[in-house]
Structure formats: C-alpha cells, structure tokens
Design a protein. Structure first.
Length: 465
C-alpha cells in the first residue's frame, strides 16, 4: 500500500536522476516491500533501481521476486550487476533460480560466481531434484562442545553476519559430525563460563540431504521448528533448511494437489508461464480417461431402457440421485486426501475410515433420502389437490420410496468408495490426489445408475415395472 502511494514520487526521482534520494528512500524499507514496488515499474526502471541499491539490499530484494521476473531482469541488467547480485544471493534462493533455467543459461551464470560461491552452487545443484539438498544453505554457525558460552557468543559476533539464521546454534565434533543443536536463548541465559556440553540436551532432529522435500515438510510440521540441520550419510553437518523454504514447498505441494483434485496432471509451472500445448496435454489425458468412463454410463442406461420406457418418471430423478452421490463422494475423497497430506491418516487407518464413512454415508443418505421422498410426496399431494393432476402418477408412494431408498444406497456406497480410493492409490504407490472429484463423479454415474434401477426393480415390480 505504501509503495502504491509513493509510486509517483519514485517515478519522479527516476526521471530526475535523483539516485541518492532513491537509495535513501529504500534503505529503511523491508526487501519484500521494495520488491512489490519494483514489480509495478517498467523493466528499464526496475534495472535502474537495482543499480542504485546497495549490493546486499539488491540481492535481498531480488530474492523476493518471482523466478520469471528474475530471469527477465538478469537479461536486462548490465554484466557487473548480474555478477554482484548472484554472488550476494542466499545459496538456497540462487539454487532455486538456477534449477529453473535452461542448463546452458545456468552454466553461464555459474561461471560468473566467485570460486567459493561456484563451489557452493555446484554442490547444491548436485543433489537430486526435489531433495532437501536443493533447499539447504551452508550458512550456519557450528560450535564445539568444549567451548564456553563466551567463546560461542564471540564466534557468533565475528561470523554470524552471513548466517541464514541465528536462532539455533549447531554443535559438531572435530570431524564436523552433528551431535546436537541448541537454541540461542540457552546461550544468552547461561553464565559466560558455562560449557556448551553443560547446555546441550543430546537430542536433535536432522534431515538427510537426499530426503524428499515433502518428508522435510512433515518434520517441520511435527516438531514445530523454524530451521532444521541437514546431514550427509556420515551424519556430517552440511547445511540447514529454514521455514521460509518449507513454506514454498508447502505452497507447491498444495498447488499440485489442488490441480490433481481438479482432474488433471499437475502443471509444474505457473498458469501464465506454461505453454498452451503443454497445458492441453496435461489436461487432455484425464479428460479422455473420464470421457471413456462416462461411456459406461450410456451402456448402463441401455440395459435399463425397458424399465425407463415403462416408468418414465424414474428418469426425472436420475440427475438428482447421481449428483447427490457425486457430491458426497467428492466430499469423502477430498477429506481423506487432505488428511493423508497432513499425516492425520495413514494406510493402517483404512478400517477406521471405512467404519466412519459407512456411518456418515447412512446418516447423510438418510437426510437426503428423507428430503427426496418428502419432495415427491408434497409435489404429488399439492398437484392432485390444487391442479387435479398426478405429477408422478398413481403409484407416487412407490416413487417416493424408491427415490428415498436409492439416495441412501447411492450416498452410502459412494461415500465409502470415495474414501477408500485414496487408500488404494497410496497402496499401489500412486498419488492419492488423483482420486479427484471428477474421478469419483465418473464412478458414481455408472454405479449410481445400477443401484438406482436395481432398487426401482425391487420396489416397483408388479406395479409400474
């Protein structure tokens, strides 16, 4: 909001070439706010602002800009600007930028780094894609257990400026193996003569560099941490991962799940960046599968065309019953997919979930069935009394009973099957999110028809059928 209010003033400073005032204006701003202002300006003016900002602030601001905007700015900037920003960026944010770029462009940018920063960048990019190693930063504070609190604080003052976070200090042995992590508050509250060995509690949680990022997210959530250490196969401390990176992972995972729940492949790119052909490919596959599944609906209806011809009134309630089943099934599958993502439900909980959904399906089906039967009853009685016509024929009580019982049966079946589909997919190693609402709806269309007409045959035989 502040940026929008000052936008005319900023533009006038740029036009007047008053770069000193511009630098002073931004010096007290949080980098995220500066980034917001820059994104509202033309690209040539964005480059000017980056040129006048101090190198450290320019790198911080650059990290708050989206990947696509970062790439555009790098192409527009002068060579010395690109070199300055890349070398000042946090290693984890720089890795996120490099891994999104074409390999040739990434190699070209890596050559612009200093030898030390190049070594760090190549190390992080050497970890598998989607692993914790791609997220971590090697900027942390390691101390030894035989140090005093005074030595630790002196070390932090001297080397802590470049650390990603100072909330946690990591205790390592002479070979660099992680043996504990200690919150900074513990050092601040202890006497200066106290030893690190007297403070540490010998319990810590660490990530493996080759762990999946989703697994790291679960550990952050479980232990409520803002940073976690990363170790290699020999338990040597190689870096740390902070909560800001985990928030990005959580957003990415949620986006992928939402897209899959919508009945498509995850796009893996922002909507406005992905090419039209790639988006069509990712959406077409599931649409074709769902379309082929819906063909079974026509086959099922063909098997009951004689019954429909004898009792056309049955067709009137077909959309009502199918949509009610689809809605309840979508609810069940969505609840279980999210519960699995949050770790609230595991594979061994399938029986408990099935038991709950049977009871829930009976309850929800009973509610909808009562409403459906009441609707048939009321409309029939009102039509006969005030309009002297029987809307659903002389056997409307049987129609009401059929609709009511069918709703119970369909909602019960679909709630159960919708909740079990994620378990089946997880068991075979697939993503539970693919048991999406469209997938469940297709299942309902076929099975719902069979349940509905089977109940109709049972109730109406000898009367209308």
């Amino acid at each position: 909001m502040v940026g929008k209010l000052l936008a005319p003033e900023i533009k006038s400073m740029i036009d007047a070439r008053n770069f000193g005032a511009l630098r002073e204006l931004f010096s007290d701003w949080p980098p995220a706010d500066v980034a917001d202002v820059i994104l509202d300006l033309p690209e040539d003016e964005q480059v000017i602002i980056f040129r006048v900002l101090p190198a450290a602030l320019a790198a911080d601001v650059f990290e708050y800009i989206g990947i696509e905007e970062q790439q555009n700015l790098l192409r527009a900037m002068a060579h010395e600007q690109v070199v300055g920003i890349l070398n000042e960026m946090s290693p984890d944010d720089r890795t996120a930028l490099l891994e999104e770029m074409p390999s040739a462009a990434a190699r070209q940018l890596i050559r612009l780094l200093t030898p030390e920063e190049r070594r760090v960048a190549q190390t992080l990019l050497g970890y598998p894609e989607g692993s914790v190693g791609r997220l971590m930063t090697p900027d942390f504070i390691p101390v030894h257990e035989d140090w005093t609190v005074k030595e630790v604080l002196d070390f932090v003052r001297e080397y802590g400026r470049d650390s990603e976070t100072l909330n946690v200090i990591y205790v390592v042995d002479e070979r660099g193996k992680l043996i504990d992590d200690v919150r900074m508050r513990e050092f601040l509250l202890k006497p200066l003569t106290a030893k690190v060995s007297e403070i540490r509690d010998q319990t810590f949680v660490a990530l493996k560099a080759n762990d999946l990022q989703e697994e790291a997210l679960n550990l952050f959530r479980k232990y409520d941490r803002t940073a976690l250490p990363v170790v290699d196969s020999n338990i040597v401390l190689v870096g740390i991962v902070t909560i800001d990176d985990m928030l990005d992972v959580a957003e990415k995972e949620a986006t992928e799940d939402i897209q899959k729940i919508g009945g498509m492949e995850a796009l893996d790119e922002p909507y406005m960046r992905i090419s039209l052909w790639r988006m069509v490919r990712k959406r077409a596959g599931w649409l074709v599968i769902l379309f082929l599944g819906e063909m079974l609906t026509a086959t099922a209806m063909a098997n009951y065309q004689d019954e429909i011809a004898k009792a056309v009134v049955l067709a009137l309630f077909l959309p009502l019953i199918i949509s009610s089943g689809g809605n309840s099934g979508s609810q069940a599958s969505t609840l279980i997919i999210r519960a699995m993502a949050l770790g609230e439900v595991t594979l061994r909980d399938w029986w408990r979930v099935a038991s709950r959904e049977v009871r829930a399906g009976l309850s929800l089906g009973g509610i909808l069935g009562a409403i459906g039967a009441a609707r048939v009853t009321i409309w029939s009685m009102v039509g006969e009394r005030y309009f002297h016509r029987q809307l659903y024929g002389p056997h409307w009580p049987l129609v009401a009973l059929t609709v009511g019982v069918a709703l119970v049966g369909v909602v019960l079946w679909v709630s159960l099957s919708g909740s079990m589909l994620p378990f089946v997919l997880r068991r075979v190693g697939a993503d539970p999110a693919t048991s999406s609402a469209p997938f469940v709806a297709t299942l309902v269309d076929v099975t719902g028809l069979i349940i509905y007409f089977s109940i109709a045959l049972l109730i109406m035989r000898g009367a209308m059928l």
